[in-house]
Design a protein around this ligand. Structure first.
Ligand code: SAM
Length: 222
């Protein structure tokens, strides 16, 4: 069965290339204990995010969708000591778990966790005159992806990297009759990317422990 092979290969990649890390394991355990949904990125995807952050030499990161902070910690570890991550989470109980995880991973100094609806937080950040970000990871409620992309562009400068997760949805992305608001949101996300001259993007399909999905990767030109 295909899924089992994807899982086993993902496990192999993790065993070979991702050193065992008791802190990250504890973070996933804490998330599970707190009853958080298992929507964190996989270890191989977390490492991928951290590599991208290093390749970009990012200092300022925006994450939309914290959950228990697993992806946040992977990215925070790739930052220089004066780096900064703003991460946005709607659910206060998720945020509480994430906050404890940031302390456990000793990255809390680098992270600003803002609780509330991301769209509200983003407009508040605009009013506060937030500086542009180098790297933006969109991973919250998929129906709002088009809105998050607009905000991401507003908070970008030339060279900003934008990643959007879960943009394949087991292939449902090509179903133009889908009534699933997540699929509709993701399709609108592609439409916007296709029309938007300020960003050059592609999407990569992935298989692994999180099933068949994929991500959009783009760079802001101006
Ligand atoms: N990035 C996380 C990771 O890989 O560890 C996973 C994030 S999970 C897929 C999505 C998160 O977005 C959930 O914790 C959910 O509560 C949050 N979320 C959903 N709607 C939101 C909204 N309107 N504003 C902010 N966060 C939201």
């Amino acid at each position: 069965n295909q899924t089992t092979t994807w899982d086993k290969v993902d496990q192999y990649i993790t065993e070979r290339l991702i050193p065992q890390d008791s802190v990250l394991e504890e973070v996933l355990f804490a998330n599970q204990q707190a009853g958080l949904p298992p929507f964190d990125v996989s270890p191989s995807q977390g490492k991928f995010l951290s590599l991208l952050v290093q390749m970009k030499g990012a200092r300022r990161i925006l994450e939309i969708g914290t959950l228990g902070g697993y992806s946040t910690i992977w990215m925070a570890r790739a930052l220089p000591s004066d780096g900064h991550i703003v991460t946005l989470e709607l659910d206060p109980s998720h945020a509480q778990v994430a906050g404890a995880n940031f302390s456990l991973a000793q990255v809390d100094d680098l992270i600003e966790l803002r609780i509330g609806d991301a769209l509200g937080q983003l407009s508040q950040m605009e009013q506060e005159g937030v500086e542009p970000f180098d790297f933006i990871f969109i991973d919250a409620d998929k129906p709002n992806n088009p809105n998050y992309l607009q905000w991401a562009l507003k908070f970008s400068r030339a060279g900003t990297v934008i990643i959007g997760d879960n943009v394949i949805r087991e292939g449902e992305v090509i179903n133009k009759n889908s009534k699933d608001p997540r699929v509709v949101g993701v399709r609108e996300f592609y439409d916007l990317l296709a029309e938007e001259p300020r960003i050059s993007a592609t999407a990569i399909q992935t298989v692994g422990s999180k099933g068949y999905d994929g991500f959009v990767l783009g760079i802001v030109n101006s």
